[in-house]
Each structure stands twice: as C-alpha cells, then as structure tokens.
Design a binder for this molecule. Structure first.
Ligand code: URA
Length: 244
C-alpha cells in the first residue's frame, strides 16, 4: 500500500482496524477494489471515494471542487432517489451560517435549500433580526440529498455527508452557526440531547459558537413555539454582537 493511501485510511479511521489481526502482510491490507465492495454495505465516509490521482480529498477542496463533488456524490442511498443535490446558498464569506436538516420536495426539485413553506418562514425569521439570505448569511443542510418522504436522515446518511458540511464550514469560517432543529443540532454537536435542553446556550462547533433553535417546519406546525424561536434569534443576535 502506498504511503498516501495509508495516511488517508488512517485519517478516516479505516486503518489499521481493517487489517487481519494475524497477518500484517501487504496481501491483507485493503486494496482499492475491496474498498469499493465494502462501500456498498458499511458506507465509509464520502472522502474515501476521492482517493484517486485526479481528485482532491474533500478537506482540501476549494468551492468549485466541493460543489462538483457534491453534485456527483453517489456515496449513500439518498443519491439514488434525489432529483438534485442541494449544496447550499448564500454569502461564501458569511458571518452567519444556518444549518437545516435536509432538502424537502421543493428543494430537491430546484436544487436550493429552504425554498418551500419552511423556507419562507426562515426568510421571515432572518428578516426579524435584520438579516437576509445571501447577505452575510449562508444556508445549508446536514444532508445534501432529499430523504424520501421527508423522513429524517439516518445517522449513516448524515455521517456520509458530514465531510462536505465540514469543508463548507471551514471555507465559510462563519462567526456564528445557528442549528435549525433537532437533526442539525444533534449532528453538529454529536449530542442526543433534546432541543429544549440544547436551546438557550452557546455551544461550539470546531471553536465556532453555535446556537440551537427550532426548525421552521416545526414552527409551522407548532405556532406557540414561535415565541421561543424569537427568543433564540435575539440570543443569537446578541451573541453575534458580542463577538464583533
Ligand atoms: N428543511 C430543511 O431542513 N432544509 C431545507 O432545505 C428545506 C426544508
């Protein structure tokens, strides 16, 4: 196995655990073909597919490379049922990053996040704190392909997509992340805590302050909770002001 492949597998946590215990010979190390076979069942993260001569590992990609990798991604079963990948939209140097769960039907049809009813409410929530999509604001999701019937993405699907979101966050380098709803909050924070426990605190994602609020689609069904979301947005705004 060449040095670069060894290093990549080690970084992905796939090496040396997939070596046979009793034999460390070259024959028992993972070959490119066995990785492809394993991919269908164990679903290693999306990065594994990028270990070729002509493509970059995701964590080194620039915006264009990342967009192109996402649009061609076949790393999980959601790729089989999507119409469009939904990469994200907005100011690539934004101070504010809003992260939702995953595309719904309208987003899948158009290829842009939060363009349905929940998106309209999100735009109103942004306007309430004098923000608008595209202006110091970037919006994306935990998964870039629509989970069928708008179910929650599985943890495996979220894990597959994670390297793309991680790289987006590195490239944007926002001052503050707002997690919209339980799926976004739990995946970004690696927590299983309820949204009511996660709200009202400053968490951190790779050193970036992160605040949790309700998902706009939930607020459409639970109107009385809008007051709490308003409180969260004010908290996010004052947190941002304290960071300047
Ligand atoms: N819900 C989400 O979480 N994301 C979208 O893009 C649309 C609806």
């Amino acid at each position: 196995m060449n040095k670069r492949r060894k290093q990549l597998l080690r970084e992905l946590g796939l090496s040396p655990i997939w070596h046979l215990k009793s034999d460390t010979s070259e024959q028992n190390e993972i070959s490119a073909s066995s990785l492809t076979e394993i991919k269908g069942s164990i679903l290693p993260p999306a990065d594994v597919t990028k270990d070729t001569q002509d493509s970059q590992p995701i964590h080194l990609m620039n915006w264009d490379q990342l967009k192109s990798a996402v649009s061609g991604c076949m790393s999980c079963p959601l790729s089989q049922t999507r119409t469009h990948t939904v990469f994200g939209v907005g100011d690539e140097n934004a101070n504010w990053l809003f992260v939702g769960e995953g595309p719904g039907a309208r987003e899948d049809a158009i290829g842009e996040p939060f363009v349905g009813q929940a998106g309209k409410l999100l735009d109103q929530m942004l306007a309430a704190i004098r923000l608008k999509r595209g202006d110091q604001v970037y919006i994306t999701n935990i998964v870039k392909c629509r989970p069928p019937n708008n179910r929650n993405p599985s943890s495996g699907e979220a894990r597959q997509c994670e390297p793309y979101l991680t790289r987006q966050i590195e490239l944007i380098n926002p001052k503050l992340i707002v997690a919209l709803g339980k799926v976004a909050a739990q995946n970004l924070l690696g927590s299983e805590d309820s949204i009511s426990n996660l709200r009202g605190k400053i968490h951190h994602y790779s050193g970036i302050p992160l605040i949790v609020t309700y998902h706009p689609a939930y607020l459409l069904r639970a109107l009385p909770e809008k007051a709490k979301a308003w409180k969260d947005l004010c908290f996010a705004q004052s947190t941002m002001q304290s960071l300047r």
